[in-house]
Design a protein around this ligand. Structure first.
Ligand code: ADP
Length: 221
């Protein structure tokens, strides 16, 4: 089943089109990589799918439901990791995971998420005292702790140490093998787990294909 379907989406900010007629579909258990220069529209596409940005035109559906920011049932099926980590600074790592899990009706996976992400050593530390890398891992944890069917990740490995990046790609692969549809934006398409990718330029899809071809396109080979 198509977990994500985007048809001809346009998002305008004044005269500027952040997205200009983008169409994609991603199946359950599939991973799509989104690359493109700064300002190409990657974050806007992910934020639109998360229901945080209302498109100017076009349609978006996730798990067969039209995306609109107030659909609580849909929110439970989606996990979004924004580019700038957005967690509760006054809460500890564990409290943040508990809170986000409970908001979506289940806190079963809090302990296993702490283990998977390597957050055991900082589980009782307040979020505002974490290094940026740990904050990023917590933000990833918050996006997946409730077992979403669709994961939207905006540069999930930016600022992480190589071995930690590797762990994160492993987690993303596991989520995909578990049947989730994963869409991630990255500036490093040579890493990662995607089956295929799109290259956004000026809000349009400039190229799409299997990752080998996407990498060649991006590197100009
Ligand atoms: P990317 O993630 O590829 O770097 P973005 O989606 O963040 O690109 O931005 C695409 C374009 O939309 C950029 O020109 C950016 O300045 C513009 N943009 C994004 N959000 C806003 C906003 N809230 N108001 C005005 N312009 C915006």
């Amino acid at each position: 089943m198509d977990a994500v379907v985007v048809k001809d989406i346009v998002k305008s900010y004044g005269d500027r089109r952040a997205l200009d007629g983008v169409s994609i579909s991603v199946k359950e258990g599939e991973t799509l990589c989104i690359v493109g220069p700064n300002g190409a529209g990657k974050s806007t596409l992910l934020e639109s799918l998360a229901g945080l940005v209302a498109p100017t035109a076009g349609s978006l559906s996730v798990m067969g439901r039209p995306v609109n920011g107030s659909d609580a049932q849909l929110a439970g099926q989606v996990g979004f990791m924004p580019q700038a980590p957005s967690v509760h600074t006054m809460l500890t790592v564990e409290e943040n995971l508990e809170l986000f899990a409970r908001l979506n009706g289940t806190s079963e996976a809090v302990g296993s998420t702490i283990e998977r992400l390597g957050l055991k050593g900082v589980r009782s530390q307040r979020a505002d005292t974490l290094s940026f890398g740990y904050l990023q891992l917590l933000s990833l944890g918050v996006s997946l702790v409730h077992g979403p069917r669709v994961l939207l990740l905006d540069e999930p490995t930016a600022s992480l140490y190589p071995s930690v990046r590797k762990r994160v790609w492993g987690i993303i692969r596991e989520e995909c093998e578990g049947g989730a549809a994963v869409l991630y934006a990255t500036h490093t398409p040579e890493e990662g787990t995607a089956d295929r990718g799109i290259v956004l330029e000026d809000g349009k899809i400039a190229f799409e294909g299997v990752m080998k071809d996407v990498r060649a396109h991006v590197l100009g080979d």
